[in-house]
Design a protein around this ligand. Structure first.
Ligand code: AHM
Ligand code: MG
Length: 331
């Protein structure tokens, strides 16, 4: 018999304190929104849903019609849940907050509604990333939002590819589900996923390599010259979720170091790096970032965020590749 995402969360109720009825009801908001998003993406060309909407978001980036739709779907499906105190989105400058008591409004959801903007219009995989934080009993909502990634109670992503796949963790392993459109449910396809200890791919935008700090260039050379005992091949999709999903399944390493254009990194700490770092660690890999040019890297999950749209250099991957990276960066 099949196990759906809802059933899986409920089965974990005994094992994980967060997996209460409220929590699974909350996650149902995320699954519904992602089903709406994948349905929209599948028909985008027929539905006139490709292209830019003609306005820029808080990051100064052109908003795509599908970015806006994905954001609205998540705000709509999650905003109605009593247990939500705030929603923080890549597309909105400020958190959307709800006037709910501490007892009811216990959670904050942070998300990148549709990641991989450059791939949206060209029928290449894109994704949704989410992170769930517990509201703190003291201080304002902002203080509850700006907490290090190791305090996340759940994280996950959905990759919209040839199939729609949801991967999540509540700190009890990493589990994967595939959307069965014939029954409209995410069905368990892999439990307790483990990233291989070493892979054979490195994944990076090599066009930026000339402007990386020297240590990252040395590391790339180490991979390319067979220094880790393997011949590496390169794979870079340019959609973080898709590159992450491949690395989770096949192993290897992903690098987005500081560049001259983006000295503090490009990817966002709260809704890109933190959730994926949580999943990487749960699967036996690791993730580092923080700092900037000439500044040391640290574990992503230990970084104390200063702003909701903060960027960070972001590197993650298999045990072997990440140990070698730490060695090169530590020199
Ligand atoms: P987005 O949030 O505007 O989609 O940008 C994030 C994307 C990631 O999906 C991807 O890893 C990265 O940007 C690619 O950047 P680049 O085009 O500089 O290689
Ligand atoms: Mg993004």
């Amino acid at each position: 018999m099949i196990t759906t995402f809802q059933q899986h969360i409920q089965e974990q109720q005994q094992e994980v304190s967060e997996a209460s009825g409220t929590f699974s009801y909350l996650l149902a908001g995320i699954t519904l929104a992602t089903k709406m998003i994948q349905a929209k993406i599948r028909l985008a060309a027929l539905d006139n849903a490709y292209g830019a909407i003609g306005q820029t978001n808080v990051q100064g980036e052109q908003q795509q019609k599908l970015d806006v739709y994905a954001n609205e779907a998540l705000l709509h499906c999650l905003g109605l849940k009593d247990s939500v105190a705030a929603l923080v989105s890549e597309e909105d400058e400020e958190p959307v907050t709800f006037d709910r008591s501490l007892e009811t409004g216990k959670y904050i959801i942070v998300f990148d509604p549709l990641d991989g903007s450059s791939n949206i219009d060209v029928n290449v995989n894109v994704g949704t990333i989410f992170s769930i934080l517990k509201r703190q009993p003291h201080g304002d909502l902002n203080a509850s939002i700006l907490r290090p990634g190791h305090t996340q109670v759940a994280a996950g992503y959905v990759v919209y590819g040839p199939s729609t796949v949801l991967v999540y963790t509540v700190g009890n392993g990493v589990h994967s589900f595939t959307l069965d459109n014939t029954i409209g449910a995410y069905v368990l396809t892999e439990e307790h996923m483990k990233m291989p200890d070493q892979g054979s791919y490195y994944s990076t935008n090599e066009a930026n390599a000339a402007t990386w700090p020297q240590a990252y260039r040395d590391y790339l050379e180490l991979l390319r010259s067979g220094g880790l005992g393997r011949e590496y091949s390169s794979r870079y999709i340019g959609s973080l979720v898709a590159d992450f999903h491949r690395t989770l399944l096949k192993g290897g390493v992903f690098l987005y170091p500081p560049t001259s254009k983006q000295p503090n990194g490009k990817l966002r700490l709260l809704y890109e790096a933190n959730p994926l770092a949580f999943i990487a660690e749960q699967a036996g890999g690791s993730a580092v970032g923080g700092g900037s040019v000439n500044k040391a890297c640290s574990r992503i999950l230990d970084i104390l965020p200063e702003g909701i749209h903060q960027r960070t250099p972001f590197m993650y991957g298999s045990k072997r590749e990440m140990e070698a990276l730490a060695e090169v960066l530590g020199k």
